[in-house]
Design a protein around this ligand. Structure first.
Ligand SMILES: Cc1cc2nc3c(=O)[nH]c(=O)nc-3n(C[C@H](O)[C@H](O)[C@H](O)COP(=O)(O)OP(=O)(O)OC[C@H]3O[C@@H](n4cnc5c(N)ncnc54)[C@H](O)[C@@H]3O)c2cc1C
Length: 397
């Protein structure tokens, strides 16, 4: 046995949105009375995806579990003031329900319609629009090549993602979570249990349960330390801001047929794209903006779709990393492999911020009571990774 400097019932590695949502949900779970330690290696969060995100929420997924997660997500975001207030002081994350608009040419219309049926079945408020309706509702679009569009009337939009992370963290601390700035450098595995963690500072902490919410690169490294490798890799994404001269009414989060996305942000817009060659991965250390992406790919496509964007003023840009699950672009949530007391929430592949409320709640239920209660997240479980059975999400941005 290694000697321990401290002991906690739950040790969470990674204190950004996922770790903090879990800490909050655990400490507000009536079935849980333990002590929670959140180990975060960088309290400035400058490289955390949670701080570099486009912070948007959609219901337009193809997997029912993702739609259910987002239905709870939007409810949580709408009522965040009541849920995460501290001493009457309510956080404000500036939620704007501007909707997502997915566009389709003839080639993509069938899949849009199939997804729409799933979304309707799950109770998402999505309208399927034909070319005529598209032109009427979004007159600034070039729609000659479009056959259909799918628009979120309510329940979709954008918000202050950094604000959400901070609101979770503050509330978790007010409920007793202990946050320390340190790095989980290794774990102590004894049989089917993780009994403690070794921190970079040299401290050792014993744990009743261990949770890996360490993001794009961190989660992969910690999973390996636990002896349960995961196919999660860091993928760089650049986000570009710009201003247009013309005011465009009711601009949603637009997903163009080219795969480029664009949405309002303040007085202007932000946009990004999925690169044609998306196979390359890095170690989550490259934060240089890929400027040619805007000049060569994004702007030409946007100007072709929206003539008012032919004249724009580019602004600042930043880059962050998706924690991309290369098996199926869906999160891996739940128990880690054959370990009895270790849990994972990683591989969110670009939709983790909106999933943080439901995933934090679900993991808290699993840890406190041994099973999911309010929403079954087992479709996202590790078993599919072990058996190589992907849960394919068709709507990935
Ligand atoms: C450009 C971009 C746009 C995005 N747009 C959206 C969007 O519109 N909507 C959406 O829902 N999602 C979006 N995402 C994805 C979303 O931001 C992430 O899925 C989500 O923030 C992941 O949260 P996390 O807490 O799991 O990871 P992170 O925010 O990456 O946090 C992980 C934390 O773990 C810490 N850490 C790592 N290793 C260790 C260790 N060994 N010990 C201690 N701490 C450690 C890190 O310092 C970090 O703070 C986007 C992401 C990017 C990069």
């Amino acid at each position: 046995m290694m000697a321990m400097d401290a002991a906690f019932d739950v040790v969470i590695a990674g204190g950004a949105v996922m770790g903090s949502s879990l800490a909050f949900h655990l400490l507000s779970d009536p079935g849980f009375s333990g002590r929670v330690l959140v180990v975060e290696r960088d309290r400035s969060y400058q490289h955390a995806a949670s701080a570099l995100s486009a912070s948007s929420i959609r219901q337009q997924f193809s997997q029912p579990v993702n739609i259910r997660i987002s239905l709870y997500g939007i409810d949580f975001l709408r009522t965040i003031g009541e849920r995460l207030a501290i001493d009457g002081e309510a956080p404000d994350i500036g939620l704007k329900e501007g909707g997502y608009l997915y566009l389709a040419t003839a080639a993509g219309a069938t899949i849009l319609e199939a997804n729409h049926q799933i979304q309707q079945r799950e109770g998402a408020d999505i309208s399927l629009l034909d070319a005529f309706a598209l032109k009427e509702r979004f007159p600034w679009l070039t729609s000659d090549d479009l056959v259909a569009g799918s628009f979120g009337e309510t329940g979709e939009g954008w918000f202050d993602g950094y604000g959400l992370m901070q609101a979770f963290a503050r509330k978790a601390r007010s409920l007793g979570a202990v946050y320390i700035e340190d790095e989980v450098a290794d774990v102590r595995r004894e049989g089917a249990r993780i009994t403690g963690v070794q921190l970079k500072s040299g401290r050792r902490v014993a744990c009743g349960s261990f949770v890996n919410t360490a993001g794009a690169w961190g989660a992969r490294v910690l999973a390996e330390h636990c002896g349960v490798p995961i196919p999660v890799y860091a993928k760089k994404r650049s986000v570009f801001s710009f201003r247009a001269q013309e005011k465009l009414r009711r601009f949603p989060l637009l997903i163009d047929t080219s795969g480029i996305w664009c949405r309002p942000e303040g007085e202007g817009f932000i946009a990004g794209c999925t690169l044609p060659d998306d196979s390359a991965t890095d170690q989550g250390r490259d934060f240089d903006v890929n400027w040619p992406e805007f000049e060569d790919i994004i702007w030409p496509a946007l100007a072709a779709r929206i003539p008012a964007f032919e004249t724009i003023r580019p602004g600042r840009a930043w880059a962050g990393h998706y924690d991309m699950n290369l098996l199926d672009h869906n999160a891996i949530v739940g128990r880690m492999g054959d370990l009895e007391n270790a849990y994972l929430a990683a591989g969110f592949s670009g939709h983790g911020l909106q999933q943080a409320p439901a995933v934090g709640r679900g993991l808290a239920e699993l840890i406190a009571g041994g099973r999911y209660q309010s929403l079954d997240l087992s479709d996202l479980g590790f078993e599919r990774i072990a058996s190589g059975r992907p849960l394919l999400e068709k709507n990935v941005i």
